[in-house]
Ligand binder design. Structure first.
Ligand code: NB4
Ligand code: NI
Length: 185
C-alpha cells in the first residue's frame, strides 16, 4: 500500500528524469504498481482512510512520484460533473490539442511539493489522448476541463516537468491569452 512516506518530494532527481516506456505484456510488478497507484487515489479520497493513514487527497499520481521511473499513472475523478474518470494509463501521449488554453484559477498543487506555489498554470483546454491499459488494450479519448488539466499534470511528471515550470516567473497571475479559466474550490 502506498503511503505519503513513499512519495518522493521536489529535489529528488527521479522527479526530473524522463521515465521509461513499459513493454507488453506488463510484468507482475508493473501491473501491481498500476493497481497500487489507483488504490492510493481511492484511499486518499476516502475520509476515513485518508485520516487513518494521513494521506493528502489526490485525483492523480504518477509512478515517478513513488520513485519508479516508468511511464504509467493513475487518474481518479469519480464525480466530475456526472462524467466520472478513473483509469490507469501506460505509455500515455497527447495526439492532438486545442489552441485554446485553460487553467485552474486557484492554481495547482502536487503531492511531491510540500508548499503552496501561487500562479496560473496554462494547459491545453482540450486534448485527444492515447494510452494502454494494464491489459495492453489501446485507448483513445478526448478530455476537457479539469480532466484535461489532470492528464497534462501527470504526463508532465513522466517527462520530469513540475507544474510550477509553467508559471510566468515575473507575474504568476499574468493573463493567459486565449484561455477559458476553470474556477475550482
Ligand atoms: C494533481 C492535480 C493538481 C492540479 C484539483 C484537485 C487535488 C492532486 C495532484 C491538477 C492535477 C496530485 C499528481 C485534489 C482535488 C477534488 C476532488 C474528490 C473527493 C477529495 C478530492 C479533492 F485532491 N487537486 N489534489 N492534488 N499530483 N482537486 N480534489 N475531490 O491530485 O501531484 O501528480 O476527494
Ligand atoms: Ni504532481
Amino acid at each position: 500500500m502506498i503511503l505519503m512516506d513513499n512519495v518522493i518530494r521536489e529535489g529528488h532527481p527521479t522527479l526530473r528524469a524522463r521515465a521509461k516506456e513499459l513493454t507488453f505484456p506488463l510484468s507482475k510488478e508493473d501491473k501491481q504498481l498500476g493497481q497500487d497507484l489507483m488504490e492510493f487515489l481511492i484511499n486518499s479520497q476516502d475520509p476515513e482512510l485518508s485520516e487513518k493513514y494521513d494521506l493528502r487527497s489526490g485525483i492523480g499520481i504518477a509512478a515517478p512520484q513513488v520513485n519508479e521511473s516508468k511511464r504509467i499513472f493513475a487518474l481518479h475523478l469519480p464525480d466530475d460533473s456526472d462524467n466520472p474518470l478513473s483509469f490507469v494509463a501506460v505509455n500515455p501521449k497527447i495526439v492532438s490539442h486545442s489552441v485554446e488554453k485553460t487553467y485552474l484559477t486557484n492554481g495547482e498543487g502536487c503531492l511531491s511539493v510540500d508548499r503552496n506555489v501561487d500562479g496560473f498554470v496554462p494547459r491545453h483546454a482540450r486534448i485527444t489522448v492515447k494510452f494502454f491499459t494494464l491489459d495492453g488494450e489501446e485507448k483513445k479519448m478526448r478530455l476537457k476541463g479539469l480532466q484535461a488539466i489532470l492528464f497534462q499534470h501527470e504526463l508532465d511528471h513522466l517527462n520530469g516537468v513540475m507544474f510550477y515550470d509553467h508559471i510566468n516567473e515575473s507575474n504568476p497571475f499574468a493573463e493567459v491569452p486565449n484561455s477559458q479559466p476553470i474556477v475550482n474550490n
